[in-house]
Ligand binder design. Structure first.
Ligand SMILES: NC(=O)c1ccc[n+]([C@@H]2O[C@H](COP(=O)([O-])OP(=O)(O)OC[C@H]3O[C@@H](n4cnc5c(N)ncnc54)[C@H](OP(=O)(O)O)[C@@H]3O)[C@@H](O)[C@H]2O)c1
Length: 188
């Protein structure tokens, strides 16, 4: 199996990369911090895991294009699994959120995930059996204090999971979302 897991250098994404690698999958990941990414790649190499990666700021569209180009070349045009894991949050009252907060949270959590699904679609289809997993949140299902923008990004993700699951079933691509409650990571 070949898998792209975004944001694999810390937290939930890091655990997903290692779990996939232990099952024998070849994994590709990305993050913004090159030093941290290089340290993770070195560590995974010592553990005997097949993990590659590159720096990408997923909130920037052109960087997402470049990432998928690199991943499709690395996996020879076929990707079995896409995990849209990378995410961010800023806790504020709704009255205090700025336009920049809106772009960052919606751009990183929702727009980037949606766009990666579009970019990955031909490669998931070519694999013959594809799977997309969105890492959503309980915050996208119920009201969590001071997290209205984060909630909106995850709520949109939950809805799109249903749409893409129906649209892409014909291409043998399953689409699911996982909604964790609080996990102790660098995000919180
Ligand atoms: N922790 C929780 O309680 C919790 C609960 C429910 C859902 N979730 C969701 O689970 C996912 C992972 O969260 P986490 O708690 O594991 O977070 P985390 O510990 O902060 O790790 C986030 C990972 O994503 C990367 N990342 C963040 N922004 C990025 C960007 N713009 N471009 C590329 N990579 C980026 C980070 O690396 P760089 O910073 O170097 O880019 C890091 O590898 C998120 O979608 C989050 O919303 C978390």
């Amino acid at each position: 199996m070949s898998a792209l897991v975004t944001g694999g250098t810390r937290g939930i994404g890091h655990a997903i990369v290692e779990e996939f690698a232990r099952f024998g999958a070849a994994v590709y990941t990305c993050s913004r911090n090159k030093k941290e990414l290089d340290e993770c790649l070195e560590d995974w190499k010592h553990k005997g895991f097949r993990v590659a990666g590159s720096v990408c700021d997923l909130s920037i569209r052109t960087q997402r294009d470049k990432l998928m180009e690199a991943v499709s070349i690395y996996f020879d045009g076929k990707i079995n699994i896409l995990v849209n894991n990378a995410g961010t949050s800023r806790l504020k009252q709704a009255t205090d959120y700025t336009a920049e907060d809106f772009s960052l949270i919606m751009g990183t959590n929702f727009e980037a995930s949606y766009h990666l699904c579009q970019l990955a679609h031909p490669f998931l289809k070519a694999a013959g059996s594809g799977s997309i997993v969105f890492i959503s949140s309980v915050g996208g299902l119920m009201s969590v204090p001071s997290a209205s923008l984060y909630a909106a990004s995850k709520g949109a993700m939950n809805q799109v999971t249903k749409n893409l699951a129906c649209e892409w079933a014909k291409d043998n691509i399953r689409v699911n979302a996982v909604a964790p409650w609080i996990i102790e990571t660098s995000l919180i």
